[in-house]
Design a protein around this ligand. Structure first.
Ligand code: CA
Length: 217
C-alpha cells in the first residue's frame, strides 16, 4: 500500500513517515498543501494522511480540490480544540480523522479501516486455500500455523489478496508498494515474490509472464 503524507511540521513528518514505513507502507511526503494536492492528483495512492493546518493551501482546500477528481481515502489530522474543523473535513469528503496529539496505534487502525472500506472488501480476514490473511493484525497463517513475513512481503500479499482473481501488473505493484525514492529498484519485486513463495508455497502467487502477478481461486 502506498500512502501520501502531507504534514508541515518536519519532526512529525519524519517520525510518522518512519513509523508508517515500518508498518510496511510505501510513503511519499509533501510539506505544503500545493505539493500535496499535486502529488495526490497525479499518483494513485491507497490513502492520504492529510494535516489540516498547512502552508500555501490548507488541508480542507486540498481535500475539496482532490474530491473533484479522485476518491482516494483521506485521514485528516486535526487539532484538539477545533471540532468545527473536524466536521468540515467530514462534510467535504474526509473518510476519518485523528486528533493531535494522536496515538500511533489508533492512527494505524483508522488508516487500515478507511483503506479496507474503499477496497469494497469489508472483510477483515481473507482465506485463500490454506492461507489466511488477517488484516487487522497484519498476520498470515498457513494451515493454521503463523508464518513470519517482512513488512513489505506482507504488504504485497495483502494487496494481491484484496485484488484476488485479478491480474495485478508490475506497474501497479510498483505504484502501490514502493515510494517515490525506491521505485527504480527494478528486481525488488521478484525477490519479494520469491521469498513469499518459499514461505507460502510456489503456487500461491501465479506469474503472468511479462504482465504481472495474480492470486487465483
Ligand atoms: Ca500543520
Amino acid at each position: 500500500m502506498r500512502l501520501l503524507l502531507v504534514e508541515d511540521e518536519p519532526e512529525l513528518l519524519r517520525s510518522l513517515a518512519k513509523a508508517l514505513r515500518e508498518e510496511g507502507y510505501a510513503v511519499d511526503t509533501a510539506e505544503d498543501g500545493e505539493d500535496g494536492l499535486y502529488k495526490a492528483t497525479t499518483t494513485d495512492y491507497d490513502a492520504i494522511v492529510l494535516d489540516g493546518m498547512l502552508p500555501r493551501m490548507d488541508g480542507w482546500e486540498v481535500l475539496k480540490e482532490l474530491r473533484r477528481t479522485r476518491q482516494t481515502p483521506v485521514l485528516m489530522l486535526t487539532a484538539r480544540d477545533r471540532s468545527t474543523d473536524r466536521v468540515r473535513g467530514l462534510d467535504i469528503g474526509a473518510d476519518d480523522y485523528v486528533v493531535k496529539p494522536f496515538d500511533l496505534a489508533e492512527l494505524f487502525a483508522r488508516l487500515r479501516a478507511i483503506i479496507r472500506r474503499r477496497t469494497q472488501q469489508a472483510k477483515a480476514r481473507i482465506e485463500i486455500g490454506d492461507v489466511a490473511v488477517d488484516i487487522p493484525s497484519r498476520s498470515i497463517t498457513l494451515a493454521g500455523e503463523a508464518v513470519t513475513l517482512t513488512a513489505r512481503e506482507y504488504a504485497l500479499v495483502e494487496y494481491l489478496a484484496l485484488h484476488r482473481g485479478e491480474l495485478v501488473t508490475r506497474t501497479i505493484l510498483y505504484e502501490h508498494l514502493f515510494d517515490e525514492n525506491e521505485s527504480s529498484l527494478s528486481n525488488l519485486l521478484d525477490v519479494h515474490v520469491s521469498n513469499i513463495r518459499k514461505k507460502l508455497g510456489y503456487d500461491f502467487i501465479t506469474t503472468r509472464r511479462g504482465h504481472g502477478y495474480c492470486i487465483e481461486q
